[in-house]
Write a protein that binds this ligand. Structure first.
Ligand SMILES: [Zn+2]
Length: 523
C-alpha cells in the first residue's frame, strides 16, 4: 500500500515538475556569468564529513578541518606561572637569629640570646647567685640502677641510698620499667661544696603504683599513690571466614597472641579442617591502668566453636613450675608421637643389610634419614643429653636420655648444638647433618634404645599426657568458667575518665601563649 502511493506520486507530480524545472533552468546555465565571488560563495567550506566519504570534496573538508585544528593548537595560550619578586621565607636558623636580636622582655620570648666575646669593659663578678631550686626529669635506662639515676641527677650519695632503701621497702626496684621518667626537685644548698638536698622525687614504680617522696619538716617521707588497674581479660570472638589469622587480626587480636593461638589449635586439629562458619574464641591477659596505659599479656584460652557448641577448649594451666595447655576435661596436650628428628625421608630401615662401606651384611640398628649437609637435627622429645662427642663409626654423636628407660642417639653430625649434660626440649635443635664417621654422604643415623638396647624406632611412640585430678581439676574448671564468662569486648569498655595532665611547656613564650589561649589545664 505504501509503496504503491509512493510510486504514484513520483510518476504523476514529481515527474512533471522536473521536466518543467529543467526547461526553465537550462537557458540560465548556459550564461557564463560566474565571477570569483559567486564561486567562493558556492564553495562549500564546511562539507559534512559524514557524507561522500572518500570523495575529493570530503578530502578537501578533512584538510580544512586539520588545518584549522593545527592553527587553533598553535595559537593556544601558555598557562605557565607568572614570576614576580617574592622574598623567601626565613629558614629556622635565620628566624632564631632574628629572634635572638630582638629587644624584648625575656618573658615575651627573647630567651635564646647570643654570646658575644667579652670586651675590656667587662668586669667579672666576684660571685654569682645560685638557683634556689632545680626541677629536672631523669630517665631510668635499660640496665640502669635507680640509685645511679638519682646520683646522676645530683642527689648526694647518702641521700640516694636512703631513698633507694625507702622505695625497695614498698616495691621491688626491678619492677620499675626502663624508660620511666623520674621527676626530681633539688633544693638550696648551704655551700657550693656539697650536694643539693632532695626536695621531692616522683615516679611510677609499678604499673599500678606511683610513688612520691617529699621533704616535710626536714625529713623525707614516702607517699604511695596507687593507680586503679582493671584486670578484665581481653576476649575476642569472631567467625573464621577465609583466613583465621586475618579474621582474628580484623577483630582486634594482637599478632603474637594469634600466633600462640594458631599453635595451640594446630596441636589439636588440622587448621585446614576449620570451616569458614566456625567461631574462634581468644582470651588474652589484659591490664588497663586508669591513666590509660594498657599491658597486653599472654594467651590464656584458645577455643573453636562449631554450630554453637565448643569444639576445642584449651586453657593454659600452671602445674608445679611449668605451664602447659589443657583441654576443658583436664587432659594435657599430648607430648609425643614426634616426631621425626629431621625433615627428610627414611632412606634405610632397621634390620639386617649389606653395609655400603664394609661390604658385608650386618645389623643396621637404626634408621637413616636423608638430609642436606648442615640441615638441623631436632630432639624427638624432652630429655637430657648424656653424650655429645666423637664415637667411632658414628662420627659426631649425641645421645639423649628421655627417662622411662628410653634414649635416642643421633650420628654422623657435622656440628653439635648441645653439650653433654644440657636439658633439651622436644623439637630443640641438637646438631646439624654431616658425614662424620663411617658414612658415604651427609645423612642422619638415628637410633632408639629401650633399657640400653637398640630397638626399631618405628615401634615406639612417645605419648605422655598430663591429667588433672582432684583439687587441681576443680580449680582448673573454676578458672575455665570464670574466663568463659567474660563478655567479648568487656575489657574495652571505658574506665572512669582519667585526669590527664598536660605537659608543661619549656619556653616561657609558649607558657604565656598557652595561658593567653586558656588551654592550660593547670594554669
Ligand atoms: Zn645408619
Amino acid at each position: 500500500m505504501f509503496e504503491g502511493r509512493d510510486m504514484g506520486f513520483a510518476t504523476a507530480g514529481s515527474g512533471g515538475s522536473v521536466v518543467l524545472a529543467d526547461a526553465m533552468v537550462a537557458p540560465m546555465r548556459s550564461v557564463p556569468e560566474h565571477n570569483w565571488r559567486d564561486r567562493l560563495a558556492e564553495l562549500d567550506l564546511v562539507p559534512d564529513l559524514g557524507e561522500d566519504i572518500g570523495s575529493l570534496r570530503w578530502f578537501r573538508g578533512l584538510a580544512t578541518l586539520t588545518a584549522l585544528s593545527v592553527a587553533a593548537i598553535a595559537l593556544l595560550p601558555d598557562f605557565g606561572p607568572v614570576y614576580g619578586a617574592q622574598p623567601p621565607l626565613p629558614t629556622e636558623a635565620e628566624f632564631e637569629e632574628a629572634r635572638a636580636q630582638m629587644i624584648m622582655p625575656i618573658a615575651y620570648g627573647s630567651d635564646s640570646g647570643k654570646r658575644m666575646a667579652a670586651t675590656d669593659a667587662v668586669v667579672a663578678l666576684a660571685g654569682s647567685p645560685e638557683r634556689p631550686r632545680i626541677e629536672l626529669t631523669a630517665t631510668l635506662g635499660r640496665g640502669d640502677s635507680f640509685a645511679r639515676v638519682l646520683q646522676r641527677a645530683g642527689v648526694g650519695g647518702g641521700e640516694a641510698a636512703n631513698i633507694v632503701s625507702m622505695v625497695s621497702g614498698v616495691t621491688s626496684l626491678g619492677d620499675i620499667e626502663p624508660g620511666t621518667p623520674v621527676e626530681i626537685v633539688l633544693g638550696k644548698r648551704a655551700s657550693r661544696n656539697e650536694a643539693r638536698p632532695l626536695e621531692s622525687v616522683a615516679f611510677r614504680a609499678r604499673f599500678d603504683l606511683n610513688l612520691e617522696i617529699n621533704r616535710e619538716g626536714g625529713v623525707l617521707r614516702l607517699a604511695r599513690k596507687p593507680i586503679a588497674v582493671d584486670e578484665t581479660p581481653l576476649r575476642i570472638r569472631g567467625t573464621v571466614g577465609d583466613s583465621l589469622y586475618r579474621s582474628a587480626r580484623a577483630a582486634g587480636a594482637p599478632a603474637n597472641a594469634i600466633q600462640s593461638y594458631l599453635k595451640i589449635i594446630a596441636g589439636r586439629t588440622s587448621l585446614s579442617s576449620l570451616r569458614p562458619t566456625d567461631e574462634f574464641d581468644i582470651i588474652i591477659d589484659y591490664k588497663r591502668a586508669e591513666t590509660g596505659e594498657v599491658k597486653v599479656g599472654d594467651l590464656l584460652y584458645a577455643g573453636i566453636d562449631r554450630d554453637g557448641k565448643s569444639a576445642i577448649q584449651m586453657l593454659k594451666w600452671t602445674l608445679g613450675d611449668n605451664s602447659q595447655w589443657f583441654e576443658a576435661s583436664g587432659v594435657g596436650e599430648s607430648k609425643g608421637a614426634l616426631s621425626r628428628p629431621i625433615n627428610g625421608p627414611v632412606t634405610s630401615g632397621f634390620g639386617m643389610r649389606r653395609h655400603p662401606i664394609l661390604g658385608y651384611s650386618r645389623m643396621h640398628a637404626g634408621l637413616d634419614f636423608k638430609g642436606g649437609y648442615g640441615a638441623p637435627i631436632y630432639a624427638v622429645t624432652d630429655g637430657t643429653v648424656t653424650y655429645a662427642g666423637r664415637k667411632g663409626g658414628y662420627g659426631n654423636f649425641v645421645q639423649i636420655n628421655h627417662g622411662g628407660g628410653l634414649a635416642t642417639g643421633y650420628g654422623h653430625m657435622s656440628r653439635f648444638a648441645v653439650s653433654s649434660g644440657s636439658r633439651v626440649r622436644r623439637g630443640q635443635i641438637i646438631g646439624y647433618v654431616g658425614s662424620t664417621g663411617l658414612s658415604t654422604g651427609p645423612h642422619l643415623h638415628y637410633e632408639l634404645y629401650r633399657n640400653g638396647r637398640a630397638v626399631n624406632p618405628m615401634s615406639v611412640k612417645f605419648t605422655q599426657r598430663a591429667q588433672l585430678s582432684g583439687n587441681d581439676l576443680a580449680q582448673f574448671k573454676g578458672k575455665l568458667n570464670r574466663l568463659k564468662s567474660v563478655k567479648p569486648g568487656a575489657a574495652l569498655v571505658p574506665m572512669r575518665p582519667s585526669t590527664r595532665v598536660q605537659e608543661e611547656p619549656k619556653r616561657e613564650i609558649d607558657r604565656l601563649t598557652q595561658r593567653m589561649d586558656g588551654h592550660n589545664i593547670r594554669g
